[in-house]
Design a protein around this ligand. Sequence first.
Ligand SMILES: Nc1ncnc2c1ncn2[C@@H]1O[C@H](COP(=O)(O)OP(=O)(O)O)[C@@H](O)[C@H]1O
Ligand SMILES: [Mg+2]
Length: 246
Amino acid sequence: MKKPPKLGIKNLSVTFETEIIKNISFKVDEGEIVSIIGPSGCGKSTLFNAISGILDQDKGSIEIDGSTEDQRQGRFGYMFQEPLLFPWLKVWENVMLGFEIKGLEKKQAKTKAVDLLKKFDLFRQANFYPDGLSGGMKQKAALLRTIAFNSDILLLDEPFGSLDAITRSALHLYLLEIWKKLKLTIIFTTHDIREAIFLSDRVYVLSKKPATVITSIKIDLSRPRKIEDQTSEKFVEIERKLMSLL
Ligand SMILES: Nc1ncnc2c1ncn2[C@@H]1O[C@H](COP(=O)(O)OP(=O)(O)O)[C@@H](O)[C@H]1O
Ligand SMILES: [Mg+2]
């Protein structure tokens, strides 16, 4: 029997005073990277809040591994658009907190935090406070804390939005390395077409508010991906196609 998708969204709508999300359906298979691209204010963060269970104004169905769960908070590693590292905690303490919230006892949480920092190139910054980190390092630390909390499905809301182009490019490779090593399932939002193409297996394009899925496109670029791929004919062709749809 075919495995159900890791995450299956069917006919999801969210209404506050007005309708923000209108009848959105999409699916993400285990191990995929899927991006949700759409203009600012269209409802991307609202979509993630609904998926993660923070909002209860949603209608439709949200299935994880083929079944609906009323208690979805805690099922996702959710990295918010605004990085939420605690400024009074050092990098390792921030990451450790992820494991503690998940329920590990202190000693084990600390060991796992240190392991994660070592494995993903942040150990040298372990004793820094967030304010002492560059923008890119902050995002790396926030990403590791998110993974510490839950790495089953990651929801990353504009994870690279505040970074300059060069740092952003480095973070793309960083994310791909983590994804590969930890075999993650990742959904992220962006308004950057090239970023969406470069990282994803599939891109869903949202309309302006109320957000609907205009189209989805499969990105059949081979992996592992390299920065240079972004100038390949195939890449540019996909980019042109997406631009015409946005
Ligand atoms: N809790 C809320 N109550 C009322 N309106 C909201 C709430 N959260 C978001 N919105 C509205 O939903 C729309 C989409 O916002 P958002 O999801 O943040 O868009 P995006 O992340 O795509 O920029 C905006 O018009 C915003 O004002
Ligand atoms: Mg947003």
